[in-house]
Design a protein around this ligand. Structure first.
Ligand code: ATP
Length: 595
């Protein structure tokens, strides 16, 4: 757990960039129309308005406090005119207060959504840029559950930072204003006990300060464990949710393997963490509430107890007593800001830590490809993809594959084989530029249009058109062209259903998904096509048909395939094998003849 200064520093790092953002945003101000201005000015303007309103509200509470004295004096003196006048005065203050309260929330929410949109865009950028999301996942735990970070934590961060920040400001200003008032009241009504006057300047202030400081300290001691507990709760909830999502995504396999019981047990195990932590939170919360509830009850009468000797000694009227009680309450309230804000403060700290951790993980992942030793991709391969003296390693540094010479000239067709786990897919990842772990340079021709088809193609949720066009936007390819390639890969019946929205990744059979991936390749027409067991789910005849289709439709394309089937060799000019060499594998035959 970080210290308070670390939390504040982390908050600053997270929050400040928005208020310095130079991108142009649009602000619509009701009937005044729309304005285009830099986002930082929209943010700063809204923040200034929120703060100004908060300060105006404090000014109204000060005015109400003075009104208290006059109003209760009017009641005590049975002064009708004064009573009516004060009622009118109150109505004016109340009307202004209502207006301020409404716009305080409205402008606050406006700022929240602009700030959140900006942060979401930035974090999404950091996460998705240059395959960073993939590297972050490889690097491990510190960036767990990015969905929660981006969807939930940003919202909480913006909301809590504003409410705590503005609340703190309001508490400080209120404190200063009412300490002044209480000080003046202490002079007006000195402390009298048993007929003796004690000349303690500002005794009401000290009574309020000691009372509130004691409350804050005890709250901190009882409630501080909640920081860790809230942090863990969010994590356990997210783990549970992710496990549920995985069941949904793998419903078919779980059903076929009758793995429901195992899944139920696993899910309930995850939920047990949620429960255990929840019980710990309940226990802490109970102790804290015992204290805070008791404290707030005592607070109702405490100022009267402190000020009553002066009242009963006749040092001031009912108005003075009520004003004292109200000022006392304000001082104590603003000092005890942390008491009521304790839980949200704890939650906020947890959010700041998670977001800070996520940003740090994104930075670390971004640095991996630029901190040697790395596997770099140079776009200077003269007509060939080549890896010479490249060592591929696992993310933890363990060596995986030695590549003395792996060269594929443009137009070649090469099959890569080797035992499971020898590093074939990892070799492709290195060529694709997403595997920086290891040492050496992979050279790819400048401007080469490379496409990789994995065994399980990714099909985004949406229309079939979007699925087949990915990674291009739907609409990039004319429907007629999509229909044609679908027909060519043996999926003619789907040409009518391009608008249909579905979880295509779950609905289509494994073989259909692989056909769809080939359709995608035909649409994008790359110069270099890397197929990682991309036909493994198809029967041999269909596999042969797809390879023949590739030759016809993309005659110049270079094809590098990973595959285990011997029948694949006939579609390739040569085979490259990965063989075991001690504890690692190496590319053994750089250019054997076709098997
Ligand atoms: N993110 C990772 N963290 C740790 N180990 C990994 C990671 N990714 C891959 N590996 C390991 O690296 C080795 C090579 O994996 P790779 O997928 O390249 O093998 P492969 O030759 O393509 O295997 P297969 O033929 O079974 O698909 C495997 O032992 C795998 O467990």
């Amino acid at each position: 757990m970080s210290t308070v200064t670390e939390t504040l520093a982390a908050t600053w790092r997270l929050a400040a960039p928005y208020f310095r953002a130079d991108d142009i945003g649009e602000v619509s101000v009701g009937p005044l129309g729309r304005f285009r201005l830099r986002e930082k000015w929209a943010g700063r303007g809204l923040l200034a308005a929120v703060i100004a309103i908060e300060l105006a509200i404090v000014a109204i509470t000060v005015a109400l406090n003075a009104w208290n004295a006059r109003f209760y004096d009017a009641l005590q003196n049975r002064n009708w005119d004064s009573f009516v006048y004060e009622l009118g005065f109150f109505c004016v203050l109340a009307a202004v207060f209502i207006l301020l309260a409404v716009y305080q929330i409205y402008l606050n929410q406006w700022l929240q959504i602009r700030w959140r949109r900006w942060m979401t865009e930035r974090l999404l950028g950091e996460w998705l840029a240059g395959a960073n999301h993939y590297r972050m996942q490889l690097l491990g735990e510190s960036a767990d559950n990015p969905d929660q970070r981006i969807a939930e934590d940003i919202q909480l961060f913006v909301g809590r930072t504003l409410s705590l920040g503005v609340g703190l400001l309001s508490a400080v200003v209120t404190l200063i204003s009412f300490v002044g008032i209480l000080w003046a009241l202490s002079a007006q009504a000195p402390l009298m006990i048993g007929g003796t006057t004690f000349a303690i300047p500002g005794y009401l202030v000290f009574a309020a300060l000691i009372y509130a400081a004691l409350g804050t300290l005890l709250t901190h001691l009882i409630g501080r464990a909640l920081v860790r507990l809230n942090f863990d709760q969010q994590r356990f909830e997210a783990d549970f949710r992710v496990s549920l999502v995985r069941v949904r995504e793998n419903a078919e396999q779980i059903a076929l393997l009758e793995g429901e019981e195992a899944e139920r047990t696993r899910l309930m195990d995850r939920f047990a963490n949620v429960m255990r932590n929840w019980w710990a939170i309940m226990d802490r919360q109970k102790r804290l509430t015992f204290f805070t509830a008791g404290y707030s009850q005592v607070s109702t009468v405490f100022p009267f107890i402190v000020a009553s000797p002066a009242y009963f000694a006749g040092a001031f009227q009912l108005g003075g007593l009520m004003q004292t009680a109200s000022a006392f309450g304000r001082v104590e309230n603003s000092l005890a800001f942390f008491i009521s804000a304790y839980t949200s403060f704890a939650e906020w700290r947890a959010v700041v830590e998670r977001l800070g951790g996520f940003e740090a993980a994104a930075r670390a992942a971004r640095n991996v490809p630029v901190t040697p030793p790395v596997v770099a991709v140079a776009r200077d391969g003269a007509g060939a993809v080549s890896a010479r003296d490249v060592a591929l390693a696992l993310p933890d540094g363990r060596p995986l594959l030695k590549v003395e010479d792996f060269t594929v000239a443009a137009g070649e067709r090469v099959l890569v084989t080797g035992p499971s786990g020898s590093g074939k897919s990892t070799l492709f990842r290195a060529v694709g530029g997403i595997w920086p772990f290891g040492d050496g340079v992979v050279r790819v021709p400048d401007g080469a249009n490379v496409m990789l088809l994995p065994q399980r193609p990714y099909l985004p949720v949406g229309s079939l058109r979007a699925a087949v066009s990915f990674p291009a936007e739907p609409g990039t390819f004319p429907d007629a062209e999509i229909a044609q390639v679908l027909g060519e890969v043996g999926m003619a019946e789907f040409a009518e259903r391009l608008d249909e929205v579905s979880l295509w990744g779950q609905r289509l059979s494994g073989g259909e998904q692989q056909r769809l991936a080939f359709a995608r390749a035909l649409l994008h027409a790359p110069d270099w096509l890397f197929l990682d067991e991309a036909t493994a789910s198809l029967d041999e005849a269909s596999e042969a048909a797809l390879y023949r289709l590739l030759s016809e439709r993309l005659p110049g394309v270079t094809v590098v395939s990973i595959g285990h089937r011997s029948t694949l060799a006939e579609f390739h000019g040569r085979t490259v094998r990965l063989v075991r060499d001690g504890s690692v594998h190496r590319v053994a035959v750089a250019s054997s003849q076709a098997a």
